[in-house]
Design a protein around this ligand. Structure first.
Ligand SMILES: Nc1ncnc2c1ncn2[C@@H]1O[C@H](COP(=O)(O)OP(=O)(O)O)[C@@H](O)[C@H]1O
Ligand SMILES: [Mg+2]
Length: 201
């Protein structure tokens, strides 16, 4: 079992599952939380992540296939996606145009009422020409304009922090791509309101 990442929230391993390369994602206890609450949070996020990975796939956005979920062990076994994360790709190439395609895919997620909850270029994997979304544990199914706008506000914040060199060109490309969604104008209006509110907090 090869360790991919040991984060604050989860450990990820590359494994073989029924002869297929797979990722085991296990949510680990946080000792500062009351144990009952901690279990509840990890269980909710595990189930939620599995459900949203499937829902994304059904909506036509690529995401790893879920092979197995165990909400007692807090584990998901999913398809291993080989490739490079959008983060490293963008830092390496400065190819801001990729953000247009990413914007189109976020539009499809939002059209299908999937709010990702943690949009960052670390949660997008490029596999050949394919773009995969991962890490849906903070996501939700929501029709709310506010939730979708907040999804984009969070993404912009992390995008600018990580990709300051291509921030403007990249974000403009994303806005372009997201424009395929009929509700885009409404959501960008709310996006500005959310940011305005955040400044006065
Ligand atoms: N299905 C997968 N295939 C290949 N690599 C993955 C897969 N899922 C996660 N990873 C890798 O592990 C890292 C952490 O996974 P992620 O689900 O984002 O957990 P975290 O909550 O710790 O951010 C990702 O950034 C990616 O590099
Ligand atoms: Mg992640």
């Amino acid at each position: 079992m090869e360790l991919i990442k040991k984060g604050a929230e989860a450990e990820l391993y590359k494994i073989m599952y029924k002869n297929r390369p797979a990722v085991l994602k296990r949510r680990i206890p946080k000792r500062y939380r009351v144990p009952e609450l901690d279990e509840h949070i990890r269980k909710t996020r595990t189930r939620r992540e599995a459900r949203l990975l499937e829902r994304a796939r059904r909506s036509g956005v690529l995401a790893p296939e879920v092979y197995h979920v165990d909400d007692k062990k807090m584990e998901i076994v999913m398809e291993y996606v080989s490739g490079e994360r959008a983060k490293e790709y963008l830092l390496r190439t400065g190819d801001a145009g990729l953000m247009r395609k990413i914007g189109e895919l976020i539009a499809i997620l939002h059209e299908n009422n999937i709010v990702h909850g943690d949009l960052t270029t670390s949660n997008i994997i490029l596999s050949g020409k394919d773009i995969y979304f991962i890490d849906f544990g903070l996501g939700s199914v929501s029709t709310s304009i506010e939730d979708k706008a907040v999804d984009l506000v969070c993404f912009e914040k992390s995008f600018i922090a990580t990709h300051s060199d291509i921030a403007e060109e990249g974000w403009n490309a994303l806005v372009d791509g997201y424009g395929r969604y009929s509700e885009a104008p409404l959501i960008w209006k709310r996006f500005e309101e959310v940011k305005r509110r955040a400044r006065y907090l």
